[in-house]
Write a protein that binds this ligand. Structure first.
Ligand code: PGA
Length: 249
């Protein structure tokens, strides 16, 4: 059985002070859990959070990295910089990045390769829009997103890739797919990975579900076959709600 994992995506929320308080409380409330916990604060707060977490297994992640190593890219942060600040992983291809900042599958692929080069795990976010679902294109969208994002990634590097299945229409909307649909999507993703890298690697991959996960639905989603954890946005901002979600496993 794959290890369970729950990640908080704080998005553009929490100052350095608020993040330090948040991770300190999270550390105190989760000492007994076997679940792997990740927190993606704003980039400004990664380093301060890291210092608060010394002695803890809680991992910090960036919400995004740039695809290039360095250069004239005003406002951007490289994988090396995120790592130096204390990140062990980065979200890559989150639907908000795809929608507002034009992260195409090609760019997502460059970011994944850059993360690997710099020793950062990628949490690769994929998922269909409502229109794509309506046209029954979910499987083909997932296939394209996975295969294009992993172009040039070798099988032995997949231990540094986590997939987050996040239907775009479920993010921040309080709407979630049926449990059967989530199970079906996880199965499709594993089939795509098996075609690309073989069954063994595919079976060992961590697949998270994200999109309107909260403390009222997390226990049920946690039981879905093929889902190893959650990527949580809104409900992770409140520490008690986030801890309740972690405790679903
Ligand atoms: P949500 O966001 O939990 O607020 O729906 C999830 C995400 O954006 O990763």
């Amino acid at each position: 059985m794959n290890k369970k994992m729950v990640i908080a995506n704080l998005k553009m929320n929490k100052t350095i002070r608020e993040t330090k308080e948040y991770v300190t409380e999270l550390f105190a409330l989760t000492t007994n859990t076997c679940v792997a916990i990740g927190v993606c604060p704003p980039a400004t707060a990664i380093n301060s959070a890291k210092r608060k977490l010394s002695g803890s297994k809680i991992m910090l992640g960036a919400q995004n990295i740039h695809e290039k190593d360095k250069g004239a890219y005003t406002g951007e942060i490289s994988a090396e910089m995120a790592k130096e600040a204390g990140a062990e992983f980065s979200l890559i291809g989150h639907s908000e990045r795809r929608k507002y900042y034009n992260d195409t599958n090609n760019i997502v692929n460059s970011k994944v390769l850059n993360a690997l080069k710099n020793g950062l795990t990628s949490v690769l976010c994929i998922g269909e829009t409502l229109a794509e679902r309506g046209q029954e294109k979910t499987d083909i969208v997932l296939k394209t997103q996975v295969s294009e994002a992993l172009n040039g990634v070798y099988g032995n590097e997949l231990k540094n890739i986590i997939i987050a299945y996040e239907p775009v229409w479920a993010i921040g909307t309080k709407k979630i797919p049926s449990f059967k649909e989530i199970e079906g999507a996880a199965k499709s993703i594993r089939e795509i990975l098996a075609q690309l890298y073989g069954k063994e690697i595919s079976a060992g991959m961590t697949i998270l579900y994200g999109g309107s996960v909260d403390e009222s639905n997390s226990k049920d989603i946690a039981k879905i076959k093929g889902i190893d954890g959650f990527l949580v946005g809104g409900a992770s901002l409140d520490i008690k709600r986030f801890v309740a979600i972690i405790n679903s496993f």
